[in-house]
Ligand binder design. Structure first.
Ligand code: ADP
Ligand code: F6P
Length: 322
């Protein structure tokens, strides 16, 4: 019987820990007697035939590296049926029967399309946003949060020295998890996230005034990217309260850096699980974390799930950051 071959790619926004997941896929596959190909630049690599057979040593020394050694891309072309069929043909030509797709929701849609075109795919959640409904954790989230935490701590030093209000925008267009966790960990006076409707007077100004009354003179406001407008908010706070205010957009600093222990371990568990599924010729599944355990579920079911924001944690933050 021909040696089984699988492939691994990273797609969408990069996330710290993607390398650890690639390493786990390559080594688990080789351990099971499979050939493992690395696909460069997301789904584009299947269209442009940019693949390479990996060895145990191809993934040496990458577990601690940020970014992705396979590079990543957002491939508009792959959204077309014709491209998906071409990618599936290419996989068949190379004897590749399964692909591990490390990325976010968008990449999982690509994985489903490629499975429908005849190549078993398994999705592994890799995104700093933690915005994948079916999984309580996505690879990259812990590193991004800890980077944001360190940055906000630094900003607090200068805000405190000047008796200022610092407004910090963290990443997350549709998901406020980085903002919530960073906000609670830095004692932010206010946290604005896309999931919770806010009123500037009630949720920012009144909270600053109440805190001022107890003697506090510097304030941190953490705002998710999806809420944005941090420069406008700084101007409003200056005019409305006469407190000097500065806005900082942390941006892509949150996407880089060496992955934390948690990201390396979860990525390793998820990559291993993905290969286990492909070794049994199972496709169209997403690997996820539930109650701390690594599970798998159908991609369509996963994509249909609605993300639940942790309102309890938000309530705790609002109660104790006063
Ligand atoms: P993420 O995976 O981080 O959510 P994107 O939404 O940008 O990032 O999706 C990554 C890539 O997945 C896209 O550039 C495209 O190649 C592929 N993709 C997204 N949506 C689809 C779709 N409906 N059909 C096929 N491929 C898709
Ligand atoms: O999905 C990860 C993420 O970093 C989001 O937090 C952010 O909104 C987006 O990607 C930015 O994407 P890019 O700068 O790569 O276009």
């Amino acid at each position: 019987m021909a040696q089984k071959a699988i492939a691994v790619l990273t797609s969408g926004g990069d996330a710290p820990g993607m390398n650890a997941a690639v390493r786990a896929v390559v080594r688990s596959g080789i351990n099971r007697g499979m050939k493992v190909f690395g696909v460069y630049r997301g789904f584009n690599g299947l269209l442009n035939k940019e693949i390479e057979e990996m060895t145990l040593r191809s993934v040496s020394e990458i577990i601690g590296n940020g970014g992705t050694m396979l590079y990543t891309a957002r491939s508009e072309e792959f959204k077309k049926k014709e491209a998906q069929l071409r990618a599936a043909d290419f996989c068949r030509d190379k004897g590749i029967s399964g692909v591990v797709v490390i990325g976010g929701d968008g990449s999982f849609q690509g994985a489903r399309a490629l499975t429908e075109a005849g190549i078993n795919c398994i999705g592994v959640p890799g995104t700093i946003d933690n915005d994948i409904a079916c999984s309580e954790y996505t690879v990259g989230f812990d590193t991004a949060m800890n980077t944001a935490l360190e940055m906000v701590d630094r900003i607090r030093d200068t805000a405190q020295s000047h008796d200022r209000c610092s407004i910090v925008e963290v990443m997350g267009r549709r998901c406020g998890d980085i903002a919530l966790q960073t906000g609670i960990a830095t004692g932010a006076t206010a946290i604005l996230v896309p999931e919770i409707e806010y009123n500037i007077e009630r949720d920012v100004i009144a909270r600053i005034i109440n805190t001022q009354k107890t003697g506090k003179k510097h304030f941190i406001i953490v705002v998710a990217e999806g809420v944005g407008k941090v420069n406008d908010l700084a101007k409003y706070i200056e005019q409305r309260l006469g407190i000097e205010a500065r806005a900082t957009i942390l941006g892509h600093v949150q996407r880089g850096g060496s992955p934390t222990l948690r990201d390396r371990v979860v990525a390793s568990q998820m990559g291993y699980k993905a290969v286990q599924l492909l070794s049994h010729d199972i496709g169209n599944r997403v690997v996820a974390m539930r109650d701390g355990k690594i599970i798998d579920l159908d991609i369509t079911e996963a994509l249909g799930m609605k993300r639940v924001f942790d309102e309890e944690l938000y309530k705790i933050a609002m109660t104790i950051s006063i």
